[in-house]
Ligand binder design. Structure first.
Ligand code: ATP
Ligand code: MG
Ligand code: MG
Length: 362
């Protein structure tokens, strides 16, 4: 089959490799440069977007912030209905969809402008996170506010564009479920993954070490199934959750939904028989989804540093991925997967490696 991938960043590249591995062809569209490229190439192909779309049997994407114009130009080759896809792109409609499906999410209110945001904050008696409705990633486009903080300043800044005001959640952990749905409605999810963020950026993920209860795992998969079924979704979709409560009261609140492969699924490149990229390509090309076999794995993001230390390249248990991007503080430039034998070992390794692999501020 011929596959057009929208986006030419690291996720697009990793999707492209899975396309080739499975014997298909792909081209990647750089939405930043408005150019079509071959996998691994910096040189544009002679095709433009319209020709690439014509060429393709199926179009997929590395991120959901494509913009209405690009979606309109390419959606005839999407496997997900564009109206349904668009519901996930805007935090307001995404949260409303969770409410409609009774999938618990942090309490939220939408605002359109400075005046509406000021009014919400004036009436608010608890800490909140303010988020732009569209386009944010790695914690960009977010503001924290608590009673006593200045309202005018934050409203003037955040209220320039529509967004949501969300209750600040006192979570015990952040987790995600990454899973695929096929066109026949089959579902395969990787195990619940623990995600630790620093300054809004994913620092590391740990999975497969049976850290979470069976009930919590099952709940995450149930929410994933409900959401993907409701959207008649085909491909990999990730849900980020906050874990709240203790013991029998432990449950999940959706933080956000990403209709695509996800950073918290990168560990599957070393810790699963079929990684998230291959799972996605299998789903969108109509192959059956395999049962997933898992080995406990730690993924540490490489952020803002100029390279991965020699010691990691040389370590047998480490699988290093470098994205070929220029290093800037706070920018993800690679990741390292390390096989682990226990959750505790994973956490210890994570904190020691995160220090060496991550430069968040300049
Ligand atoms: P991503 O790169 O995952 O797409 P994003 O910019 O879309 O990130 P969120 O996932 O909404 O942003 O938030 C980033 C991080 O900020 C979360 O992983 C969490 O650590 C923290 N955070 C966000 N919302 C809340 C909340 N309501 N309560 C507490 N912490 C929050
Ligand atoms: Mg996000
Ligand atoms: Mg997030």
């Amino acid at each position: 089959m011929k596959i057009l991938i929208l986006g030419n960043g690291q996720l697009g590249q990793m999707l492209g490799k899975a396309v080739i591995q499975q014997g298909h062809e792909c081209v990647l569209y750089s939405d930043r440069l408005d150019l079509v490229m071959a996998l691994g190439s910096q040189q544009p192909l002679s095709m433009n977007l319209a020709e690439a779309n014509e060429w393709a049997d199926v179009t997929t994407w590395e991120h959901e912030h494509l913009g209405e114009e690009l979606v309109a130009k390419t959606a005839d080759k999407f496997l997900v209905q564009p109206e349904r896809f668009n519901r996930l792109v805007d935090r307001r409609t995404q949260k409303a969809l969770c409410d409609e499906l009774e999938i618990p999410t942090s309490a939220w209110k939408a605002y359109e402008n400075v005046a509406e945001l000021s009014a919400i904050l004036n009436a608010c008696d608890h800490a909140v996170v303010i988020k732009s409705a569209k386009g944010g990633y790695d914690g960009k486009g977010q503001w924290r506010w608590r009673p006593g903080d200045d309202i005018a300043a934050v409203a003037e800044d955040a209220g320039q564009r529509p967004g949501i005001v969300e209750d600040m959640i006192d979570f015990t952990d952040e987790v995600s479920v990454v899973g695929a749905r096929s066109h026949k409605g089959e579902q395969r999810c990787f195990p619940l993954t623990l995600n630790v963020h620093t300054q809004g950026i994913l620092s590391y993920s740990l999975a497969g070490a049976e850290h979470f209860s069976k009930e919590l795992e099952a709940l995450a998969k149930e929410h994933h199934k409900k959401l993907t079924n409701a959207l008649d979704y085909v491909g990999v979709l990730a849900i980020e959750f906050f874990v709240v409560g203790e013991g029998d009261n432990q449950h999940l609140l959706v933080n956000e939904v990403a209709p695509r492969v996800h950073n918290s699924g990168h560990w599957t490149m070393s810790g699963a028989n079929c990684d998230q990229f291959n799972l996605h390509i299998r789903a969108i090309t109509g192959l059956p989804l395999p049962d997933l076999l898992i080995a406990p794995t730690l993924m540490v993001n490489v952020i803002g540093v100029a390279g991965i230390p020699e010691a990691l390249w040389e370590a047998a248990a480490a699988d290093c991925h470098w994205y070929g991007k220029e290093a800037r503080p706070g920018r993800k430039v690679g990741h390292v997967n390390i096989m682990i034998d226990s959750f505790e070992r994973g956490e210890n390794l994570a904190s020691s490696w995160a220090e060496k692999l991550q430069l968040l501020v300049g």
